[in-house]
Design a protein around this ligand. Sequence first.
Ligand code: FES
Length: 87
Amino acid sequence: SFEVVAEQSGVTVQVGENESIADALKAAGVKVKVSCEQGTCGTCLCDVIEGTPEHRDVYLTEEEKEDNDQITLCCSRSLSPRLVLDI
Ligand code: FES
């Protein structure tokens, strides 16, 4: 698991193996917009303030993924123990 800090919301959640970042945030009361939930539409895209995403979507280009400054919350995960998000 890894920790996600929703900076604007002032919420920190632990994301377990069997849940998405979007679900963990929603369960903590953070309003997360999702649509496809499969990494294709980009609805759940969020800016990354700190940490390294593990990109599992097909929405961002390879170049955008390498920048590590955006993440799709419905399916991507984290390579670092902690992600700080602009949400
Ligand atoms: Fe479509 Fe996340 S909801 S990419």
